[in-house]
Every structure is written in structure tokens, then in C-alpha cells.
Ligand binder design. Structure first.
Ligand SMILES: [Fe+2]
Length: 178
């Protein structure tokens, strides 16, 4: 039913590099929020948790003179665009269904308004769930990107979440795009 699990995604070198760079603990917390919100809103939890786990993998560190520069970030950031592309590449490499890869990638693309010229984006329920899940885990001054988690605990949490997703999809089968 699910072609690729979160634990399989976690072990891939692309995830190890880019999801960790943006904050592994934040990615996992966002995936848990997305799971709950997906169930509440009748959204496919497989797609929601994948998009939530990968949503920030396009982040780049904006530094000036050795210090984080929020102005540079605000002016030049395109992390959602890069993230959408990286998430798609990762999912395809892991053998994901192409329709799922596209839906997840689009949800990554639209998880934030920060880089969009117009904030009035008409999001699908899946895209809205991922955006809200991210916002639920955000901390002031971007501190959520710096929370730490060991690889061992990360693997356990993702494995637990995979089991919850499998169970939820058995209880309530959904089409891949809902
Ligand atoms: Fe985020």
C-alpha cells in the first residue's frame, strides 16, 4: 500500500544531509503534527507525514560575516522551491509512486507563504495540513531548527510513526491524492 516508509527515507544520504541541516527534531515533530491533523481532516496520512518530514530540506544557511542574517534570508530565501525539488528527487530515488512524489513535492512547495508574492494561496487540504503542522512546531527566532535529537531516537520515532500510518490506512483507506 505504501511504497516507501519514513524510516526508509530517513536512511537515504539525501535526507541525512538536507533534513538534518534544517533540523531533524523539527522535521519529526512536524510529521507527528501532520499525522494528527491529517486524521482530523480526512487527509492521506502517508502523503501528509512525508511532506511534513521533508518540508524544510531546501534550507540554505544565510550568513554574513560569520553570523546568521535574517534580512539576507528574507530577501533571498527559496527554501520551499529547493525543498520541493529535493523531496521529489529523493522520493523517486527511493522508488516512490510518481503521483505521490508529485503531491508531496507540491505540499513542500506551498508549506509557507514567506517567499510568495501573494499570501492568498488556495491550498488543498493536504497542503494546508502540512503548513499548519509546521507552524505548530515553530519557535521564536527559528529555534526549532536547532533542537537536537539522536539518530537512534529519530529512527525509533519514525518507525513508531510508520506503524501508526500503516494502521490508520488500514482502518480508513484513502486515495493517494486525498
Ligand atoms: Fe519548518
Amino acid at each position: 500500500m505504501r511504497k516507501v516508509t519514513l524510516t526508509e527515507l530517513f536512511s537515504h544520504p539525501i535526507t541525512q544531509k538536507y533534513v538534518k541541516r534544517a533540523g531533524l527534531a523539527h522535521a519529526i515533530s512536524t510529521a507527528y503534527h501532520a499525522f494528527r491533523l491529517a486524521k482530523e481532516n480526512g487527509v492521506n496520512p502517508d502523503l501528509a507525514t512525508k511532506a511534513a518530514f521533508l518540508h524544510d530540506m531546501g534550507h540554505y544557511t544565510w550568513y554574513r560575516n560569520g553570523k546568521w542574517d535574517f534580512e539576507l534570508y528574507k530577501q533571498n530565501d527559496i527554501h520551499a522551491i529547493k525543498g520541493a525539488e529535493r523531496a521529489h528527487k529523493l522520493l523517486v530515488r527511493c522508488g516512490e509512486d510518481l503521483k505521490v512524489a508529485k503531491e508531496v513535492s507540491l505540499a513542500v512547495l506551498l508549506h509557507t507563504d514567506s517567499y510568495l508574492p501573494d499570501e492568498n494561496v488556495n491550498r488543498t487540504p493536504l497542503q494546508q495540513v502540512v503548513k499548519e503542522a509546521d507552524e505548530l512546531d515553530e519557535e521564536p527566532d527559528g529555534k526549532h531548527h536547532y533542537r537536537e535529537i539522536s539518530d537512534e531516537l529519530a529512527h525509533k520515532k519514525l518507525n513508531d510513526l510508520d506503524e501508526k500510518i500503516n494502521q490508520a490506512m488500514l482502518e480508513r483507506p484513502l486515495s493517494s491524492s486525498s
